[in-house]
Design a protein around this ligand. Structure first.
Ligand SMILES: [Ca+2]
Ligand SMILES: [Ca+2]
Length: 68
């Protein structure tokens, strides 16, 4: 009666989104394509262009594309 097996409490403690700086199209690099993608999505809630994940595509997301 001493065999207590603790189930793994939280096996999937992995961030759902891993966003490299400004890599909107996730091709591994930040370039004009990402800028255009975000710029074209300004004012929308396109999750691919919402780089900071606040639910809206705005200038701050565009700033992330510009950031190195
Ligand atoms: Ca890219
Ligand atoms: Ca945003």
């Amino acid at each position: 009666m001493t065999l207590l097996q603790n189930a793994v409490a939280c096996p999937s403690d992995v961030p759902v989104l891993t966003l490299p700086n400004g890599d909107a199209n996730r091709d591994g690099k930040v370039d004009e394509d990402d800028y255009r993608l975000v710029d074209a999505a300004l004012g929308t809630s396109d999750p691919n262009a919402d780089l900071n994940g606040d639910g809206a595509v705005k200038d701050d997301d565009l700033a992330l594309v510009k950031a190195p």
